[in-house]
Design a protein around this ligand. Structure first.
Ligand SMILES: C[S@@+](CC[C@H](N)C(=O)[O-])C[C@H]1O[C@@H](n2cnc3c(N)ncnc32)[C@H](O)[C@@H]1O
Length: 244
């Protein structure tokens, strides 16, 4: 039975607009999860389906920018995962994540670190690398560098799976933000006015989505032979991609 610990590694923790909301007030994001504003439920259902179908042996799972692992902990208990490593910068989120895994049969470990340095923390090879709603904080060349690292870290049948915001063809970041705001105004539930404003500022200042073709190209350029879109959620803001 797992009794997970949080380790504070000494790698530099980015504390800027991309992480501030998660470090200072995790409960804003927790409300977003609970209200399913970003289709966590459907995306994580898809993740579970992929893992059940494609990982038919005991496997290790690295959850980059894991947050509170609310959904990943539940999904993994329905799969053959035996080992879990969660990396995040938010102490509040990691404390909750640790509780989600306590008492499960999955050997879980948590590191407070910048996920970009994951290869210094995780043993190689790993079987699954999952990153939900976080890779888009990087600039395009850094996303590619990350993809190369992920390819190198994976076992021969390993999978990288990402669930990320997408730009529509011809859209730039300011057009994306307008589309996001329309969805936010129409469909999002559960945040106070102040919480909503701080979330909108985070999205406007730090989200750097790619087009679906762009995400796939990054995977191909990093050497993955399978790079495909496997799920598109109902608002059209987020898509799930698989790389092997
Ligand atoms: C939108 S949340 C996503 C959480 C979770 N993956 C999910 O699917 O709900 C973004 C997460 O990324 C973390 N984060 C942002 N930048 C990070 C970085 N450079 N290194 C590690 N964690 C980071 C935040 O603390 C937060 O938990």
């Amino acid at each position: 039975m797992s009794h997970p610990q949080i380790n504070d590694t000494d790698h530099a923790i980015p504390t800027d607009i991309s992480t501030e909301i998660f470090i200072s007030n995790w409960m804003i994001y927790r409300k977003i999860i609970e209200n399913n504003n970003m289709s966590h439920r459907e995306g994580y259902d898809k993740l579970r389906d992929i893992l059940i179908k494609e990982m038919r042996r005991p496997f290790s799972f690295v959850d980059l920018a894991c947050g509170d692992a609310y959904y990943s902990s539940k999904v993994l208990q329905q799969t053959r995962a035996t080992e879990y490593i969660g990396i995040d910068v938010s102490e509040q989120a990691l404390t909750l994540a640790r509780k989600e895994f306590a008492g499960t049969d999955i050997e879980a470990r948590f590191e407070r670190a910048d996920f970009i340095n994951f290869e210094r923390i995780t043993p190689a090879p790993v079987d699954v690398i999952w990153i939900g709603f976080s890779l888009h904080h990087l600039d395009t060349p850094d996303k590619l560098q990350f993809m190369h690292k992920a390819k190198k870290a994976l076992s021969s049948d390993g999978i990288l799976i990402i669930y990320e915001p997408i730009l529509l063809e011809g859209e730039d970041r300011s057009m994306y933000f307008k589309r996001f705001k329309q969805t936010f105004d129409t469909h999002w539930r559960g945040l106070t006015k102040e919480e909503g404003e701080s979330l909108l500022e985070h999205v406007r200042e730090s989200e750097k989505p790619e087009t679906a073709k762009g995400w796939i190209k990054l995977g191909k350029d990093a050497g993955f032979s399978v790079a495909e879109e496997v799920f598109s959620e109902k608002t059209g803001l987020y898509e799930l991609f698989k790389f092997k």
